[in-house]
Design a protein around this ligand. Sequence first.
Ligand SMILES: [Zn+2]
Ligand SMILES: [Zn+2]
Length: 252
Amino acid sequence: MRQIFTDTHCHTVASTHAYSTVHDHVAQARKIGLQLFVLTDHAPPMPDAPHFWHFGNRRVIPRVVDGIAILRGMEANIESVSGSISVPEKLYPILDLVIASFHEPVFEPSGIATNTEAMINTILSGRCQIIGHPGNPNFPIDVNAVVSAAKESNVLLEINNSSFNGSRQGSSENCRAILEAIGKQDWKISFASDAHIAFDLGKFDDCLRLCREVGFPLEKVATRTPRQLLAFLAEHDKAVALELDDWCQALP
Ligand SMILES: [Zn+2]
Ligand SMILES: [Zn+2]
């Protein structure tokens, strides 16, 4: 029985180390009962990222295909201690959701003070809605300080299912600490598959297990239903919330 109905983080063939198309993701979403997913291909200067034009032209992708809502997002890079993510200014209004993440090719892993400062400044910049895979052990952070900044700025921290399955090895304990801190500070989280192939879309087994172990209630997963996710995006003045309102109302 599916418990989480949106996936805010997946990659298509536009990120060259990923292997599925938009169509593949739609077919998989239908198969597994996922109602909405967000396309979050990598942004330059990641070596495998598409040109920024890729993001600008996303308007050709229908809002809803075969009953599945498709959001136009991006996985941008935390680039500097000042919190800049280097996305062209004119793109922000047409992006439904921006994830900002530490990636080794873009931001050299540093000490905890530098990483924390960069992440908090990115949160405070108002340019992203989610911090991607904050449990990466290559980028240790002051968890309590980051959670506090995230709550203050209405930004979500992500629990990334692929961090338990090969990527970013050693994330598990950090993700647990993040989840516990979010519980203590009464904030919300997002779940992500970070699928690089459609077969992984909507897979949250390890996120769900961690929530059970920590006693974190699924009601506080802001990405649990399209209604919750779109309400969150409305708080960030994202037009998609209104554009998908009828679709959302008609959901079973
Ligand atoms: Zn990433
Ligand atoms: Zn990713």
